[in-house]
Design a protein around this ligand. Structure first.
Ligand code: NDP
Ligand code: HSE
Length: 455
């Protein structure tokens, strides 16, 4: 059993980088006992060396090129974030044949195919466990433990910031702004938190996970994205009254569409065949669904494999130490040689797979939650249900609360399964009614898969 020391350069030493330094220094003996490896941090590159405390193992530098080029640097860990500087440094490392470990979902979802191909060309690899699900080993699972399965669906809570916000609003009655500040204070949010609340961060992670799960290239632009920034406390309350919890879900489902499933308003668009249905949006999840219980910065990814059935990957999806745990596990995988082997052999990375056939969003089938603000006048509900009926949308429940002002009252409708295109056209007509104050809130309801509901 050989003992080896591995030279590492850290690009970025903020929330996640600080955690990596902590594990590599505090757990040095444990890692060596388990693996025979010690990690020698040779350089830590930051933007502003002056703002850091002096308790780091090596002097800080701003010279990334020199740190990457140092012959003693065997693995480069990129924890800067963003697509510009990080991309340039990663390219530099790969061109030198040095493996890269990164937590950067923005960069990989935008340029993954190109960077993976560059790594392959220079006979090296990219490891990216921390880019999806924080500390949850979902990338490793898709690359290994789940490989025997045809994956039918992947449904996840993959953004810690949004989950903190929705959890605090739901369970503690906090405002949206209070909860967002908390997520920022705890180091969960991106440098630009609009990436989180707009759903984009979740979409970037879904692009990476769906690529691995379904062996296809998925771009962020393939994914329909809605954020949580429009969720009102009243919707959280109505959802609760109906037995649901609102969660930001990232969903990728295999969708087999038969001949004759055409939307008459979009002839020719609903083609038969196999498609991926890809979306990120706030979703009503039944309170008995395991995802409804996932709170705070925890992430959970439900994967449905044809052989395994339902598996749930659960753990802290953001934050210093959980994310650092994933980064160090990637360092170990690279240094032990398992990650380079898998990278070389598996044909699941976006540079080795065909582009996904994506289901047009107007062909999505779902149940819906609608909240309308209506003038408290006779006949309004008749008009609304008439419009929905004209579009083939059937109602499941209607909820109205008494109000004092007698002006605008919220009415909540849930529907049976309907198609997105007709639903959008119905909403356009409903919002145009003089008795309605637009916009009508439209959220999707996810049904528990039968196997899971069966216990
Ligand atoms: P931080 O903002 O906390 O840290 C970023 C680090 O990068 C800082 O040390 C900063 O230097 C350095 N940096 C920024 N710009 C440059 C530059 N031009 N040149 C050199 N160094 C630079 O970010 P996080 O640690 O939160 O996130 C890092 C990455 O990890 C991102 O890709 C993020 O998406 C991802 N991630 C984050 C998670 C989290 O919970 N925070 C979880 C999972 C993934 P300085 O210190 O001088 O400002
Ligand atoms: N901003 C991200 C989140 C960090 O809140 O989930 C983890 O990727």
């Amino acid at each position: 059993m050989s003992e080896r020391s591995i030279g590492v350069t850290l690009l970025g030493c903020g929330v996640v980088g600080g955690g990596v330094v902590n594990i590599l220094t505090q757990q040095r003996d444990l890692l060596r006992q388990r693996t025979g490896l010690t990690f020698d941090i040779r350089h830590i590159v930051v933007r502003d060396a002056g703002k850091h405390r002096g308790d780091l193992p090596v002097p800080l530098t701003t010279d990334a090129a020199a740190a990457i080029d140092d012959p003693g640097t065997q693995i480069v860990v990129e924890l800067i974030g963003g697509t510009t500087t990080a991309g340039t440094h990663i390219e530099r490392a790969l061109k030198l044949g040095k493996p890269v470990v990164t937590a950067n979902k923005s960069l990989l979802s935008a340029r993954g195919g190109e960077l993976f191909a560059l790594a392959r060309k220079h006979d090296t690899c990219i490891a990216f466990e921390a880019s999806c699900g924080g500390g949850v080993p979902i990338v490793e699972s898709l690359m290994k433990g789940l490989l025997a399965n045809r994956i039918d669906a992947l449904v996840g809570i993959v953004n810690g910031t949004c989950n903190v916000i929705l959890t605090r609003m739901t369970r503690n009655g906090w405002t949206y702004d209070e909860a967002l500040k908390e997520a920022q204070r705890l180091g969960f949010a991106e440098a630009d938190p609009t990436l989180d609340v707009s759903g984009r961060d979740a979409a970037q992670k879904l692009a990476l996970l769906a690529s691995l799960a379904f062996n296809v290239g998925v771009a962020e632009s393939d994914i329909h994205v809605e954020g949580i920034d429009t969720i009102q406390p009243t919707d959280i309350q109505f959802a609760r009254d109906l037995g649901y919890v609102i969660k930001l879900l990232a969903i990728a489902e295999r969708h087999v569409q038969g001949v004759g499933s055409k939307d008459p308003h979009h002839p020719g668009q609903a083609k038969p065949g196999e498609f991926l249905n890809l979306r990120v949006h706030p979703t009503l999840v039944h309170k008995d669904d395991v995802l409804a219980e996932v709170g705070g910065s925890f992430n959970a990814i439900s994967v449905y494999g044809h052989a395994l059935g339902h598996a749930l990957f659960y753990g802290r999806g953001a934050g210093q130490m959980p994310t650092a745990s994933a980064v160090v596990s990637d360092l170990l995988g690279v240094a032990l040689g398992t990650t380079p082997l898998a990278f070389k052999q598996l044909r699941i990375f976006p540079d080795t797979t065909p582009r996904a056939s994506v289901l047009p969003f107007h062909d999505l089938q779902s149940r819906y939650y609608l909240r309308l603000m209506v003038k408290d006048q006779p006949g309004v509900m008749g008009q609304v249900s008439q419009i929905l009926g004209n579009h083939g949308i059937s109602l499941s429940a209607i909820l109205q609360r008494e109000t004092d002002d007698g002006q605008n009252v919220p009415i909540v409708i849930t529907t049976h399964r309907a198609t997105e295109g007709p639903m959008r056209r119905a909403l356009d007509q409903i919002n145009a009614l003089p008795t309605i104050t637009p916009p009508t809130v439209c959220l999707r309801i996810i049904d528990q898969p039968k196997e899971f509901a069966g216990g």
